[in-house]
Design a protein around this ligand. Structure first.
Ligand SMILES: NC(=O)c1ccc[n+]([C@@H]2O[C@H](COP(=O)([O-])OP(=O)(O)OC[C@H]3O[C@@H](n4cnc5c(N)ncnc54)[C@H](O)[C@@H]3O)[C@@H](O)[C@H]2O)c1
Length: 284
């Protein structure tokens, strides 16, 4: 079974080790990360805080934002909870309006929230689960972009990074609707990048493969309930061998690329889908 991941303050300190980091000039930038209460979103929030950015932490409830806020507090950056369900456009508008009022603006949007339903074949899947996967993964990102873009256009500067998945880039059985949501998000990234580039806004996607987070651990638990612990451990070993670097990713692996793409150093990169996957897939 994957080990339980718990971000510690030591990990935050490691992220904040300035001697080891390129100055991305993100200090003072205002960033909102959806689904930042755990896993990759939490690591992204910590990475932006380490760069001195002001961070708005979104998740479904205030309670789900709390752990990330507790981890951010020692960094001393401005931060706030922005609890809302990304699928509800009116709530997105209201909450992101408050965030922009409090932080003055939003320079960076990271669309990270996603759900993965039961690990079942498409024909066995429940339509309502498929709809939720697509609503959160695709429409949620579109809602947040819709709300944040007018301000970015007015200021002629903005960065949007969408978290997609290699499951969409190469296909993934038993994750058909989830992959479809991510496939839609990849197309959204490219087409939106073409529309808004002239306004000084870049739109890119970061595509993790297997990364040790609660989302992945839940998937493994479901498999374990079906197949047993031994079969899952053997499967995990097989998965590791598929990766040229022979390891499963950590959330901070993804966060490093996200902060770079959000920086002015990445001003000439837009409409790109960048995998952080240990070499799992190498799409052309
Ligand atoms: N973990 C992996 O192996 C992996 C691989 C490829 C891509 N990804 C992608 O990385 C991103 C983060 O995944 P993770 O593994 O950290 O997952 P996670 O489940 O740990 O985190 C996702 C967060 O999104 C929140 N969320 C769910 N629905 C929401 C909604 N409607 N509104 C607001 N927040 C909502 C959840 O509460 C949760 O805190 C996702 O986009 C996922 O698809 C993960």
């Amino acid at each position: 079974m994957a080990r339980i991941l718990r971000t510690t303050y030591e990990q935050v300190l490691c992220i904040t080790d300035k001697t080891a980091r390129m100055d991305l000039k993100l200090k003072g930038q205002a960033v909102l990360i959806t689904g930042a209460g755990s896993g990759i979103g939490q690591a992204i929030a910590l990475a932006f805080a380490a760069e001195g950015a002001a961070v708005a932490v979104n998740d479904l409830t205030h309670e789900q934002c709390r752990e990330t806020l507790d981890l951010l507090r020692p960094t001393g950056v401005p931060m706030l909870a922005a609890p809302f369900d990304v699928t509800r456009l009116n709530d997105v508008r209201a909450s992101m309006g408050e965030v922009q009022a409090q932080l003055g603006r939003l320079d960076v949007l990271i669309n990270n929230a996603a759900v993965m339903a039961n690990n079942t074949s498409f024909v066995e899947s429940r339509p309502e689960d498929c709809e939720r996967e697509i609503a959160v993964g695709l429409f949620g990102a579109m809602h947040c972009a819709r709300v944040v873009l007018p301000g970015m256009m007015d200021r002629a500067h903005g960065r949007i990074v969408n978290i997609v998945s290699d499951a969409a880039r190469v296909g993934q059985e038993r994750e058909v609707a989830y992959s479809s949501a991510k496939g839609g998000l990849i197309s959204f990234t490219k087409s939106l990048a073409r529309e808004v580039g002239r306004h000084g806004i870049t739109v890119n996607a970061v595509s993790p493969a297997a990364t040790d987070t609660p989302l992945r651990r839940q998937m493994l638990q479901r498999l374990e309930a079906k197949l047993g612990a031994e079969a899952v451990a053997a499967r995990e070993e097989k998965v590791r061998r598929i990766y040229p670097v022979r390891r499963i990713g950590e959330p901070s692996d993804v966060a490093d690329l996200v902060t770079f793409l959000a920086s002015t150093r990445a001003r000439h990169i837009t409409g790109q889908i960048c995998s952080v996957n240990g070499g799992f897939a190498m799409p052309g």
